[in-house]
Design a protein around this ligand. Structure first.
Ligand code: SF4
Ligand code: SF4
Ligand code: FES
Length: 388
């Protein structure tokens, strides 16, 4: 057993007062959860402390909250680990480094109903319903169940693991700036149906999510939802998959994000080094190396980018020839051969590496080991866990 101080942001609407902080002392084994600490405080000190929970096993998704500023599940966060993080934060802030209070707040981006209980309906569930979270098959239903190949479902298994806890929504930076953003949980749910072979309205779904100004292109790629998700759903990855599918469907990306992604691939393939000027050209007006093949939009966007191009020129951070598409030097021929072999390998293994299904990053396929190909051993923070 160890003693901990939990500092809870409280809000009791019936009191007519605004939110306030209250500290409780709890004694628990460090391996127990922050939620156990809250329940102990509720039991011993103040029965009015409001917290939502049910399974206490990271399954029901009820106990989303912020712990030391990070969104997650109260029942999945060990209090000993929360203490270490609280101490680290206090030390960075120049405060005490031992037994710093563990700060617990309600989830962000949602109205607070009472203490740690947030209104999931007004944000989370409304947005989930926004993406039509059910199958839309065409034709008459089969006499019995739909039969699909298990392999065709692999792509969506990761998004199916969502327990609707809202932790990703709570941590989403785009949603802070734009509360109308459909958001990580709902877009991950959308991919669950876009990727389902039984659904017959894939194109309509993609157009809908791409053309909505608060849709898939509103995500700023900040990774917060990946860090927050307790089930390894990696919502940002599902949003990137939606963007990729939209690009394949020929849907124009208002931010030219898909074209920008493809431009990176093409420029490195051609030169081995990043030619920033060529990157701008290729992103908005794809053409052949060094030759602008202007489209109306390409010209407009390139002209709009001129201040961005001119700023580093003025500050002499880049030379004039680096600002002209195609003039930036590339890698020598022998080194380009290495780049080409990487591209060849990627093309021959044209398969998305889905850690959720295929195990931990760092595990090498036998054929890769034979070819001496290395892969990073850094874990991606995703669990090989099927959730529910
Ligand atoms: S990656 Fe996108 S969806 Fe995820 S938290 Fe950041 S802005 Fe939100
Ligand atoms: S995607 Fe992850 S964090 Fe978001 S609601 Fe689902 S389980 Fe929770
Ligand atoms: S109580 Fe069910 S997920 Fe925490």
């Amino acid at each position: 057993m160890a003693d901990y101080t939990i500092k809870v942001r409280r809000f009791q609407p019936e009191s007519g007062e605004g939110p306030y902080w209250e500290e409780f002392n709890v004694d628990l084994d460090p391996s127990l959860a922050v939620l156990d600490g809250l329940l102990q405080a509720k039991d011993r000190d103040d029965g009015s402390l409001a917290v939502r929970c049910s399974c206490r096993a990271a399954i029901c998704g009820s106990c989303g909250m912020k712990i030391n500023g990070q969104s997650g599940l109260g029942c999945k966060t060990q209090i000993g680990e929360a203490q270490e993080l609280a101490n680290k934060k206090a030390s960075v802030a120049g405060e005490r480094t031992e037994n710093a209070p563990i700060v617990i707040e309600p989830m962000g981006n949602m109205p607070v109903i009472k203490d740690l209980i947030t209104d999931m309906e007004s944000t989370h569930w409304t947005k989930i319903r926004r993406v039509t979270p059910w199958l839309l098959p065409h034709g008459d239903p089969p006499e019995r169940e739909y039969v699909v190949e298990p392999e065709s479902m692999i792509d969506i298994t990761q998004s199916m693991a969502c327990i609707q806890c809202g932790a990703c929504v709570s941590s989403c930076l785009s949603m802070e700036a734009d509360p109308d953003f459909i958001g990580p949980a709902a877009l991950a749910k959308a991919y669950r149906f876009v990727g389902d072979p039984r659904d017959a309205e894939t194109a309509e779904r993609l157009h809908d999510l791409a053309e909505d100004p608060h849709g898939i292109y509103d995500c700023t790629h900040c990774f917060s939802c990946i860090d927050a998700c307790p089930k390894g759903v990696a919502p940002m990855d599902q949003i990137m998959r939606l963007r990729r599918r939209a690009g394949e469907e020929g849907i124009e990306d208002p931010n030219a994000g898909h074209a920008h992604e493809m431009a990176f691939v093409k420029v490195i393939e051609k030169k081995g080094l990043l030619d920033e000027a060529l990157l701008v050209q290729e992103s908005y007006a794809p053409g052949v190396k060094g030759k602008l093949k202007p489209s109306k939009r390409g010209l407009t966007e390139t002209i709009k980018s001129l201040p961005t191009i001119l700023r580093p020129l003025r500050k002499r951070k880049v030379k004039l020839r680096q600002a002209i598409p195609g003039l930036h030097h590339g890698l020598p021929k022998d080194e380009m051969n290495d780049v080409k072999s990487i591209y060849k390998h990627a093309e021959e293994h044209n398969e998305e590496f889905n850690l959720y299904i295929k195990g931990e990053e760092g595990e090498l396929a036998e054929e890769d080991v034979e070819k001496g190909i290395e892969r990073s051993t850094e874990p991606a923070g995703q669990e090989a866990d099927n959730g529910q």
